[in-house]
Design a protein around this ligand. Structure first.
Ligand code: FAD
Length: 641
């Protein structure tokens, strides 16, 4: 009944927003701008924390839209989805509700770096996210465009320091006030769309760019450093026009593995899953790319594109003569379209068709919507703290593509953490950081705020030093208890489940370790059971525990993984402890490095002045000269004591 009431309330809010009636409160704890992957997680997290939250987005119908690929997870990204879920975020459960093809990637490597991934039904994903948001207590959704951030100067003696006080909509209506604002404007900030020689303003095909006033506030009023990045998307192909017999069928896993720790199965039954298909480019594809370079504005731009998800133009020009993979992926259970992953392109539409038809399986292909590119502003993320708050503006948080990342999972992870901290700030609680020793979300944020980006940032398992500990299977054990006990973003139901799993695992490990038999006794116990080669070899050892036997002889499961990785994680724990203690030694954001009375070269002073490290902690990715820079930071820290 309570859920129905909330749904009714929120839908009414939505309707009145569309009819323009003055329904909104004029004061919220948290305002989230943008209903993409970062914004939805941010709004839901702030509301879960107990903050009265308003999500403002250009179009309610595009909340939860997948702008590009219809898929979630993958290597590194799947870990992020599991962590967002462990902190009670939305995307894992949405993936389970919308997945139509589940597979675990990277199976040839150790289970710590396996990547849970799913192809999604776009409509189901969008519907799931929208219905979750519209029934979230303390969350109101408003359709509108934010044109201006309202800020005040907290202290006249601190020029350049601001405090956010709210937003103003483009329709010129009254300001809406709040003590925290989360900006998640994705590719919409000064966005330009490219197709062939045509350029037009826009954040995504069919959607206007973010209002100019917002860019102005960020750059001119707040003086934030802003850069420019680009990305692109492939044409969508009519499925019926594709000769799938000329492509290689890629079956999903027989048994889908859910993303969410709350789910034991996915909405799509194993036998209902849809296949993907693999095909390759031909020399004809390269020819069309070369012939069309002069007609392709997007690839002539200076802005950096995603290195690990490049356009077909970049791939062909960088690696001439190579055959490139093209995956034909379903767009949904009832969709008549295929998404050609690997064929992101921005040439004129008629040449896109010519290019596709150079691939045997696509020789009769028809395009429903052509590919295009987008170029947009991002805010250099070194200007943020580990809570994703802008250092110079109290109460302003940024998350998602606006911070220079690419991908739904990276956006969702930042959104959740920014929402948590925006909620905490509004409720007068201190900000919180996630350590890179504890989560991939911590690695992501630490890389962004500590090192910045020069090209769209995406997550890989290689970015995490402690990846045998930061596994997809134990994200709930690592994060859910803290999410409930300290952060406040996890529900009791999820917490109880994680605690019972944790206790059960500990008990089972102890029980297994306590049973040790000789090989003769094992043989007696097992009687006439026929043994595989693996098990027989195991039994040749004179004495071993049931735990060893389990490790040798069973398929990976939570217990198996905990047991197998435990010795390695224990070895790493001292190093993790060191990093955690360094992370707690914070350096003030207004430190005057230029005149600090310690012996530092002018060059180092200038670097420190620009980077403004948050803590003494240094990741291996922060610098190639860890020990030198570490010593310098310790010097700065000691000076403060
Ligand atoms: P988005 O999902 O873009 O959401 C931004 C939201 O903010 C939108 O709902 C918008 O309406 C709203 N908004 C913007 N300004 C305002 C305002 N002033 N007032 C109110 N609401 C506002 N990712 C990949 O990983 N690989 C790819 O190859 C890839 N290609 C892409 C190609 C294109 C053409 C596009 C558009 C995106 C692509 N992406 C790709 C990126 C992927 O879509 C994003 O990483 C992800 O959606 C980022 O999430 P976000 O929440 O930061 O922003």
């Amino acid at each position: 009944a309570q859920k129905l009431h909330l749904l009714r309330h929120n839908v009414l809010s939505f309707v009145s927003s569309r009819t323009g009636s003055d329904f909104t409160r004029r004061q919220y704890d948290v305002i989230v701008v943008g209903g993409g992957h970062a914004g939805t997680e941010a709004a839901a997290a702030a509301a879960r924390l107990g903050a009265e939250t308003l999500l403002i987005t250009q179009k309610i119908m595009t909340i939860g839209a997948l702008s590009c690929n219809p898929s979630l997870g993958g290597v590194g990204k799947g870990q992020l989805v599991r962590e967002v879920d462990a902190l009670d975020g939305l995307c894992g459960r949405a993936g389970d509700a919308a997945g139509v093809h589940f597979s675990i990637l990277n199976r040839s490597k150790g289970p710590a770096v396996w990547g849970p991934r799913a192809q999604l039904d776009r409509e189901r994903y969008r519907q799931f996210i929208q219905s979750e948001l519209l029934s979230t207590p303390r969350l109101t959704v408003l359709e509108g465009s934010v044109d201006e951030l309202l800020v005040s100067q907290p202290n006249p003696e601190e020029p350049g320091h601001h405090r956010v006080t709210g937003i103003r909509l483009v329709d010129g209506s009254h300001p809406i006030l709040s003590s925290s604002v989360v900006l998640t404007t994705g590719t919409f900030l000064s966005g330009s769309l490219f197709m062939g020689q045509t350029t037009s303003p826009g954040g995504r095909m069919g959607d206007a760019q973010s209002c100019a006033g917002l860019s102005y506030t960020l750059k001119e009023t707040l003086g934030l450093r802003v850069g420019r990045l680009r990305t692109g998307t492939p044409p969508r192909i009519v499925k019926e026009s594709v000769d799938l017999s000329l492509a290689q069928l890629q079956a999903p896993d027989k048994q889908p593995t859910p993303f969410s720790f709350l789910n034991t199965h996915t909405r799509c039954k194993p036998e209902e899953q849809l296949p993907c298909y693999l095909t390759h480019t031909t020399p004809g594809v390269e020819r069309v790319v070369r012939e069309s370079v002069h007609l392709n504005c997007h690839i002539q731009q200076d802005a950096k594109g995603p290195r690990y998800c490049p356009s077909i133009e970049s791939r062909v020009l960088r690696f001439p003569g190579r055959r490139h993979q093209v995956w034909l992926e379903p767009e949904g259970l009832t969709s008549d379209l295929l998404y050609p992953q690997g064929l992101s392109m921005t040439m004129p539409p008629e040449l896109q068709l010519r290019l596709l038809r150079e691939i045997p399986a696509l020789h009769r292909a028809e395009i429903r919507t052509p590919g295009y590119g987008v170029q947009y502003d991002f805010v250099c993320p070194t200007q943020l703290t580990p809570s994703l708050q802008v250092k110079s503006t109290q109460g302003l948080f940024l998350a998602g593509q606006i911070n220079g990342t690419t991908g739904y999972e990276e956006a969702a992870a930042q959104g959740l953490w920014a929402g948590v901290n925006a909620g905490r700030t509004a409720l007068s609680l201190p900000p919180m950081a996630l350590s890179r020793t504890q989560s991939y979300i911590g690695v992501l944020i630490d890389d962004l705020v500590g090192r910045g980006v020069t090209e769209p940032y995406r997550m890989f398992t290689s970015r995490a030093e402690f990846r045998t500990y930061l596994r997809p299977d134990n994200a709930d054990l690592r994060l859910t208890p803290r999410g409930f006990e300290e952060v406040g973003c996890v529900t009791l139901r999820r917490y109880k489940k994680a605690v019972s799993v944790r206790d059960g695992l500990q008990e089972a490990l102890m029980a297994l370790q306590s049973v040790a038999l000789s090989s003769t006794r094992w043989r007696e116990k097992l009687g006439n059971i026929s043994l595989s080669e693996n098990k027989s070899t195991t039994l040749k050892r004179t004495q071993f525990s049931l735990l060893n036997f389990t490790l040798k002889c069973t398929e990976p499961c939570a217990l198996w993984l905990s047991a197998v990785y435990r010795p390695h994680c224990e070895k790493q724990s001292r190093e993790m402890e060191r990093i955690r203690s360094e992370e707690s030694l914070s350096l003030p954001s207004d430190m005057d490095y230029l005149s600090l009375p310690v012996s530092l070269s002018q060059e180092v002073r200038e670097i420190l002045d620009r980077v403004r490290p948050n803590t003494v902690s240094l990741s291996k990715t922060t610098t190639n000269h860890i020990s030198t820079v570490y010593a310098i930071l310790v010097k700065c820290y000691k000076y403060l004591q």
